[in-house]
Design a protein around this ligand. Structure first.
Ligand SMILES: *Cc1c(COP(=O)(O)O)cnc(C)c1O
Length: 329
């Protein structure tokens, strides 16, 4: 099963009645950086994250028989919400497995969409095992990232970027399992081989970064993070996103919790956008001086599903506790 640009174009047609073509707006940080910085606002999708693209494409590609048997997925929150949303639109029964690390706000939003939520102790890895167990009973699993149709759906962001700005020189993308960054990088390099594509992960538990370094998928520790949507490994039996990221990403940059914290404030104060931690990692890498940019650059602002109480604390500059560490300005 390999990806090609035709799949991505087909996905763009298939998902257009469920997801939206998101705005690309100039960032106020352009002046400070010496490059023209543009923000791709996936925060404006119906479920406030890009994951609706992959979920809508994968679910829309199922046979009628598969649809009637229902679907299951595991998720750090945003994929589950996207699957629940698309399933509801298409009248399909959905079960979403969540670990204890998924914030309550995200679990609640999934239940509100009518999906059956299963809380699983303790980690994303455990939620993945429960999903496999349910799928073994004949229910179709919708992977959060390691699936050709999901990757093709996420890659549709690249089509929209080049449609608006064929002159883009850099694309910077939040990175976890690699469905988003791997798919977008693949499509970008097919369309414009000279474009530079960089993934950004958090320092603690960066599964794809460790895998690329080791040359094979490795297990990573999972920690509470402001970028909770970036948690979890890439799967020991990874089929496609590891190869895509290894081949098509020019670099992977890591950011600290403090850098993410400050980036969420700056994105709000300067660019006027609410982002969850994962959505602010590109800002974080830029502000920390970890990106060297020249020419038109797009940041993917991947999601806005943040607990509002926590977000207010961050904007106010209050210190937060994340498991065993404190993070503040
Ligand atoms: C899932 C997610 C990511 C990472 O996407 P992958 O395809 O797993 O790399 C980034 N940001 C947000 C908001 C997400 O929900």
């Amino acid at each position: 099963m390999s990806l090609n640009l035709r799949d991505v174009r087909a996905a763009h047609k298939r998902i257009r009645h469920i997801s939206v073509a998101t705005p690309l707006i100039p960032s106020m940080l352009s002046g400070q950086t010496g490059c023209e910085l543009l923000l791709k606002l996936e925060t404006t999708q119906p479920t406030r994250a890009f994951k609706i693209r992959g979920a809508a494409n994968a679910i829309g590609s199922l046979t009628d028989e598969q649809k009637s048997r229902g679907i299951v997925c595991c998720s750090t929150g945003n994929h589950g919400r996207a699957v629940a949303f698309a399933a509801k639109q298409l009248g399909i029964a959905a079960t979403v497995c969540l670990s204890e690390l998924v914030p309550e706000a995200k679990a609640g939003a999934i239940e509100e969409l009518g999906a059956n939520v299963r809380r699983v102790a303790h980690t994303q890895e455990d939620a993945a095992l429960e999903t496999k167990r349910i799928a073994a009973g004949g229910v179709t699993e919708i992977s959060a990232f390691d699936d050709v149709e999901v990757v093709a759906g996420q890659a549709t962001i690249t089509l929209e970027l080049f449609e608006r700005r064929p002159d883009l020189q850099n694309i910077i993308i939040p990175l976890s399992g690699g469905g988003l960054a791997g798919g977008m990088a693949f499509a970008a390099k097919q369309m414009q081989p000279r474009v530079r594509v960089v993934g950004v992960s958090m320092e603690r538990g960066a599964g794809m970064y460790e895998a690329v370094r080791a040359g094979k998928p490795v297990e990573v520790e999972e920690y509470p993070s402001l970028a909770d949507a970036l948690g979890g490994g890439i799967g020991a039996d990874n089929r496609i996103t590891f190869d895509l990221c290894r081949k098509y990403l020019d670099d992977i940059v890591l950011v600290s919790e403090k850098e993410i914290y400050n980036a969420m404030r700056v994105a709000f104060q300067q660019d006027g956008i609410v982002t969850e931690g994962a959505g602010a990692v590109c800002h974080a890498a830029l502000l920390a001086g970890k990106l060297k940019l020249e020419g038109a650059t797009a940041f993917v602002v991947s999601g806005a599903n943040v607990d509002m109480k926590m977000f207010q604390k961050i904007i106010n500059g209050e210190t937060l506790r994340l498991g065993d560490v404190e993070v503040g300005p």
